[in-house]
Ligand binder design. Structure first.
Ligand code: SF4
Length: 513
């Protein structure tokens, strides 16, 4: 049983309140918490008879490089000296802000800031996402399992393999059916895995009929115990196109072995344009167009994402009438350049492996050099189309329209998001652009994620916002909020634009966001 599950088991929301316990109402679990203890999620505690958000409210400083702490913790009751965060480019994130649950009250922080003469407001809250999920991109040629195969964590189904994309394998994990629609164990395992993936921790995933993969955002995948180093340079056909000139005059034939499209230079358009001679080669596979072959093998962990370990197994008989001759030279290489071999035809027109010639080393090295490092990418997918909107405006649909109309700029922990077109506010964010440790959970089960909405103050008032609750950044730094937690300054990730500025530029129509 996971740590998360154990905590859930020990909590009984139906227990009677006793004198020294107080109730946390920041999520539907409604923990009763003794003095000096924290609730089921560890995010809230009873400190001297008051409910306190245990993590500090995070304020980003957009003037410094990522990585260094900028401002020490400012405990509740202490003065914020303002010294270190003094650039004017501060951003109050929702990390540590607290929630609006049960959604009848305004967001914990509604922050005003003037940027280039324009009054902007950022509405800051931690959202509880019961239906959220992640999309995982794993840069690898290797076959990790068939499409639609179930992905498991701790033995429970938490998602599935989805359509592969251009040299990467894709997983779709979480969502309403696994978080809340299955057994309790399934929901807990899903929540556990999503939380760790979003907080950039390694998670072991097992695919039915496929591989065991360790996924960690921003790191290379480990597939069946093997660390992946690089992603393919392109399919076999693209590799031929890119490097045909490098091979001209050095070898008579090149086959780039690839599970998707295997390329043959003498038949390929690139080879034809360069005047490559026919070689009488025969590829066992489904010919698509000249020099491009599908399904030379089954997908697997071998050469170019195929199941083969001997590349000659995809070759048929050589045809002397079409150019095959003793001594003809052949390079076979995979799409990452990791596997390569050199052959010459003998008198019986059979390929015989020979020591790899120095003259071809450079071209194989060039394939490797052009491959990007293999990484795992984790995108958090959440929806802010539900009750969370009521903490922003008294008329929730106005927020949806405002986001869709690009009047409101949405961030997650200060990181830019992609908002899907269509109904609701369905957003995706790269978790590596969100400050570390920004995601939490509640044992309902659901993930907790920071979310901020930035828009012009007059637009905010117009859409029914809580004008009376608007406060300045300085006031928030000095006094904190309802949940009495300290404030912490930290350097914003260098890749993230200061959200108020991003909103202004987007409103001005120059495409940011
Ligand atoms: S699980 Fe956490 S947020 Fe929910 S009531 Fe308990 S302490 Fe509060």
């Amino acid at each position: 049983m996971s740590e998360l599950a154990e905590r859930f088991e020990t909590h009984d929301p139906g227990e009677k309140q006793v004198a020294e316990k107080i109730r946390c109402d920041a999520c539907p679990v409604m923990c009763y918490i003794s003095d000096g203890r924290t609730g089921a999620c560890d995010r809230y505690g009873n400190v001297g008879g008051r409910i306190v958000r245990m993590d500090p409210l995070t304020i980003l400083d957009h003037a410094t490089e990522a990585g260094g702490a900028v401002v020490p913790f400012v405990a509740e009751g202490e003065e914020w000296d303002g010294e270190l965060v003094n650039t004017g480019r501060r951003f109050v994130t929702a990390i540590g802000a607290g929630t609006t649950y049960p959604d009848y009250k305004p967001a914990p922080f509604i922050v005003s800031q003037e940027v280039e003469g324009v009054d902007l407001v950022t509405v800051v809250t931690e959202g509880i996402f019961s239906y959220c999920g992640v999309k995982v991109k794993i840069d690898t040629d290797r076959h990790i399992g068939p499409e639609t195969a179930t992905v498991r964590s701790a033995g429970e189904a938490i998602g599935h393999v989805t359509t592969g994309e251009y040299g990467s394998q894709m997983l779709s994990l979480g969502g309403v059916h696994h978080l809340t629609g299955g057994s309790k164990a399934e929901g807990r395992a899903t929540c556990d895995a999503l939380l760790n993936l979003c907080n950039r921790k390694p998670v072991e995933l097992t695919i039915d009929g496929g591989a065991v993969i360790i996924v960690e955002a921003g790191k290379p995948p480990v597939i069946d115990g093997k660390l992946e180093h690089r992603m393919r340079v392109g399919c076999g056909s693209a590799t031929i196109g890119m490097f045909a000139t490098q091979w001209r005059g050095l070898v008579d034939e090149v086959v780039v072995v690839d599970d998707h499209i295997t390329g043959v230079v003498s038949e390929h358009q690139a080879g034809k344009v360069l005047g490559w001679q026919d070689t009488g080669i025969k590829i066992i596979g489904r010919r698509s167009t000249p020099g491009r072959y599908f399904k030379v093998s089954e997908p697997g962990l071998g050469w170019g994402g195929t199941s083969i370990s001997d590349p000659l197994s995809i070759l048929g008989e050589w045809n002397a009438k079409k150019g095959a001759r003793p001594g003809l030279s052949l390079l076979m290489v995979s799409t990452t350049g990791e596997q390569f071999a050199y052959y010459e035809l003998d008198d019986a027109l059979k390929p015989v492996q020979k020591p790899f010639p120095e003259r071809l080393q450079k071209s194989v090295g060039l394939i490797e050099e052009n491959c990007e490092p293999a990484l795992c990418t984790v995108l958090f997918v959440g929806g802010a189309g539900g009750s969370l909107r009521a903490g922003v405006t008294e008329n929730p649909v106005n927020l949806t329209r405002s986001v869709q109309g690009l009047t409101t700029y949405v961030t997650v922990g200060g990181a830019p998001v992609y908002v899907w077109p269509g109904g609701g506010i369905t957003l995706m964010v790269d978790v590596t652009r969100v400050p570390e440790g920004a995601f939490g959970y509640v044992p309902t089960p659901a993930l907790v994620a920071p979310i901020e909405f930035t828009l012009r103050r007059d637009d905010y008032v117009r859409l029914g916002g809580y004008e009376a609750e608007i406060r300045s950044v300085d006031d928030i730094l000095a006094k904190g909020g309802e949940y009495l937690n300290p404030r912490r300054g930290t350097a914003a990730p260098a890749s993230n634009l200061w959200p108020p500025l991003a909103q202004l530029r987007r409103a001005a129509g120059n495409g940011v966001g």
